[in-house]
Each structure stands twice: as C-alpha cells, then as structure tokens.
Design a protein around this ligand. Sequence first.
Ligand code: GUN
Length: 285
Amino acid sequence: MTARIIDGKALASSIKQALATKIENLRAKGERLPCLAMTLVGDDPASHIYVAGKEKACAAIGMLSKGVVLPADISQAALLEHVARLNDDPEVDGILVQLPLPRHINRWEVIKAIAPEKDVDGLTPHNQGLLAWGKPGLYSCTPLGIMELIRSTGVTIEGALAAVLGRSVLVGAPTANLLGNAGATVASLHSKSRNVPAITRQADILVVATGCYNLVQQDWVKPGAVVIDVGIHRIGKAVRGDVNFETVSEVAGHITPVPGGVGPMTIAMLLHNCVLSYEARRGDA
Ligand code: GUN
C-alpha cells in the first residue's frame, strides 16, 4: 500500500481564505478588525521565526497583529503586568505568549493570567477544563489542526482506536481529549509507556508528537492507518518529522508530510481562534 498524502498546506489555505473573506466583509462595513497580540520574551531564534510567521499570516488574511518583544531578564511581575494590560485592552481579541519562556519565569503563572476569552492558544486552565468537559471553548491550535487533518481523510473517528504519542499540554494531552470527545478510544502514550509499538500497531489513527526524530518506524504502524506527524527537526538542509516517512508511507492509509502537514494547520487554527474570540467578545457567536 502507498499512503495518500494529507495536504496540510492546501487545507490551511482554504481555512485562511474563508477567514480572509470574513475579515474583508468587516472591513467593508467599517467595523473594528480582529487583533492578535503576540508576546515574545528573550531571543530564542526558533521562537522569533515562529512569531514572524504568525504575524505574516495575520497580515495575509487582513487581520491586525501586535508583536511585542520583551527582554530575556524581565521579571515575572512585569510580564504579568504586561499580560494584564493586554487583558484590559478592548482592541485586543487574542493573546499569545510564545513558549518556551526563560527559566526564571513560571509559565503556569503567566498562562493562567491570560483572560480565558482571549486565550487563543487554548492553554489556560479554564479552556483546558472546557475541553476536558467537552464544552465549547478556545482549544489549542495544533490539536484543532490535527483533528481537521484527520477529518479530511474521511476516516470515521467514532469508535476508532487512536494512539497519541506524547502528552504535552500544548499538543499531546489536548489532542487525546479532542479524539476522546469525538468518540475515539484513545491510548495516550509517553516516555514511561511500555510496549509502545505493540500498542501503536493496533491504532487506526496514530498521532506522533514526541519531539524524537525518526522514532516511528514501519512496524509500529497498522496497515491503512491515518498517521499524523507533529515533529519538526532540521536535519542538515532538510526538515523531517518524528515518523520515518519513507517506510511508514508504504503501509499507512493516509500520512502527513513534514513540512506541509501539521505546521500550516497550526497557524490556520490560530487565526480561526482569533476570529472566534473576536466574534464571542462582540456577542456575534
Ligand atoms: N511554542 C511552540 N508552539 C507554540 C504554540 O502553539 N503556542 C505558544 N504559545 N508557544 C509555542
């Protein structure tokens, strides 16, 4: 079998197009436009690239964005004051504090200071609680993108066995919740799990978000499975994932490429969350 490639770039592009049309309609009516405020602390080069990509994506659909770079040695109190100002700013619909934060900052304290109705990353305990309850809320962008990629294959999620490799608050844990809410039977696997390949080999849907380059090999995958690779690793000039694409694509039914799979969807769902937050704050939702 040769897997069908799930084209995340094309799917993200159609989502962004629909959002751009919505924003164009607001502009034509002279309405205030949605605005995303991004905060970057310090000089982590990868974070600078990610935030620049998000700013470009906002501009491409006509959405406003405000990027602020704060010094690496900022105190936690000053960062919390900055977040409080964004919470109170009526022109700001979405707040994103780029992770990781410097070591002296407690990320839990910073994330839980974000107003839940502006938490477009879906990281606050309030929104993660709504997700755990299966109630509408702002859910994390990469997990939302993963669900759209899986749905785009036409494979039935309800009743499927889904294995999620990795249990981070940003990706693994909320993805397991979303899959469970959609009716899948979910195995949440992590670095302490035993017999991982024996479990993943049974999974109809396999989501891999471990941060380990080339971890998942052909014999970890059930023939015909949907395989979603969240990993991003720079290997020389190439960008690769957590999954051995060449061998796994010989057995999987559907597979995301790296790059061009999950990455573009994360940004599309961030923009989607921002528009959701804008509509909810205006009372249109
Ligand atoms: N760092 C890497 N990915 C993300 C993300 O989705 N949101 C935030 N806030 N930080 C990140």
